[in-house]
Write a protein that binds this ligand. Structure first.
Ligand code: UD1
Ligand code: UDP
Length: 363
């Protein structure tokens, strides 16, 4: 069986690690196509170098741009590549512009498409990711849902039966694969001179925060208040860096917070495991905080990972004022949620490969 995997953004490289292992174990051939959505070393190549992901067979080099320009560039490139490689399946991850370009290109060429991380919904159509999810789930052939909630969301949209598989979350597979290595080999705590439990880890990159100066100021004023009590480590996404620069607040933030370049996955796991609280607008980082049993504050108005709210591991941060942001983060220190396994047992990738092989035989 030949699978063509489309990747383009940081979390998709990380998800490719356990998927590649499962595909190789089952004797499948994988063609990796990198759209070029992320291209800085620390957002892209670092993951290939550090995690042993095979180098992409093709890099479309599309780069950054408005949604239309970026997605259209990917679509043109993917159409060519899919015709060149004739895969049995096109495999798509998550909800980025690379994902939506992949589904449009493949389905129109009548190639089977499998969507991993299907069924997630924020019910906020202002998010570009929500539009991408709805489109990708509507036209993919097979939907691999990470959670029961995701399956319910699909049912509510009238999607069920043979198209939907509840497999668990492949990011849990990835976290289990690398957790011990992070403990053994990451030197990040020493480099930053922070101790286990002695800092807050923050990440901010979502458009709904970076593209709204008021919201962004409230978040960063809140983080600065937190930093008066406990150090705040901030691996800064280039998108957020350039907005902070434009707003002329980057220097202040760099003085008061431990601002660092984006880190590799191994250092990131170590930071997540060691933080007193994780404060983030990232989808992946919310779940990873839970995998490592660290309380999380979500810097958004809603989350797709609602089970973590129910279990008490995560809370939504009010954005009304910097005081609210700071209070929510500080008061999360020491809180532990209820135990549970909403993301499966770390075998999601094996289940996905088994389903792909079965479906291929039956078509
Ligand atoms: C994208 C995804 C988002 C995902 C995130 C993962 C979409 C619509 N958004 O957001 O869902 O959570 O990836 O990290 O697909 N930039 C660089 N260097 C790079 C890449 C980007 O400087 O290597 C800067 C550019 O100024 C670019 C901006 O970041 O315009 C945004 O990049 P883009 O890939 O469009 O969106 P992300 O915010 O990274
Ligand atoms: N990540 C990383 N280095 C960083 C920030 C994040 O390796 O400096 C990892 C993180 O551990 C998670 C993934 O990137 O696995 C999440 O990506 P991101 O927050 O960019 O996107 P999202 O999950 O919100 O789509």
């Amino acid at each position: 069986m030949k699978v063509l995997t489309v990747v383009g953004a940081r979390p998709q490289f990380i998800k490719t690690v356990p998927m590649t292992a499962a595909l190789e174990a089952a004797g499948c051939r994988q063609v990796i196509v990198h759209t070029g959505q992320h291209y800085d070393y620390r957002l892209s190549q670092i993951f290939f170098d550090e995690l042993g992901i095979p180098e992409p067979d093709v890099n479309l080099g599309v780069g950054s741009g408005k949604h239309g320009v970026q997605t259209a560039g990917m679509l043109v490139g993917l159409e060519e590549v899919i015709q060149q490689y004739h895969p049995d399946w096109v495999l798509l991850h998550g909800d980025t512009n690379s994902t939506v370009a992949g589904v449009l290109a493949a389905t129109k060429l009548h190639v089977l498409v499998a969507h991993i991380e299907a069924g997630l919904r924020s019910f906020n159509r202002k998010m570009p990711e929500e539009i991408n999810r709805i489109v990708v789930d509507a036209i993919s052939d097979v939907l691999f849902a990470p959670t029961e909630e995701a399956v319910h969301n699909l049912e509510h949209e009238g999607v069920n039966g043979e198209r939907v598989y509840l497999v668990g979350d492949i990011m849990y597979d990835a976290a289990l694969m690398h957790s011990r290595r992070a403990e053994q080999s990451s030197g990040i705590l020493k480099r930053l001179k922070v101790e286990k439990g002695g800092f807050i880890l923050a990440t901010v990159h979502r458009a709904e925060n970076t593209d709204d100066p008021r919201r962004l100021s409230v978040i960063f004023d809140g983080l600065r208040q937190v930093a008066e009590t406990i150090p705040v480590v901030l691996p800064l996404h280039p998108r957020t860096r350039s907005v902070l620069e434009r707003l002329d607040i980057l220097d202040t933030i760099e003085r008061e917070l431990a601002v660092i370049e984006p880190v590799g996955y191994i250092d990131m796991i170590m930071l997540e495991k060691s933080a007193a609280v994780v404060a983030t607008d990232s989808g992946g980082v919310q779940k990873e905080a839970f995998f490592h049993k660290v309380p999380c504050v979500t810097l958004r108005d809603e989350t797709e990972w609602v089970e973590l709210l129910d279990m008490g591991w995560n809370r939504i941060c009010p954005h009304s004022s910097a005081d609210d942001v700071a209070d929510t983060i500080i008061s999360a220190i020491g809180i532990q949620g209820r135990p549970g396994k909403p993301y499966g047992e770390g075998r999601a990738c094996d289940k996905i490969v088994t389903a792909l092989l079965e479906r291929k035989i039956s078509t």
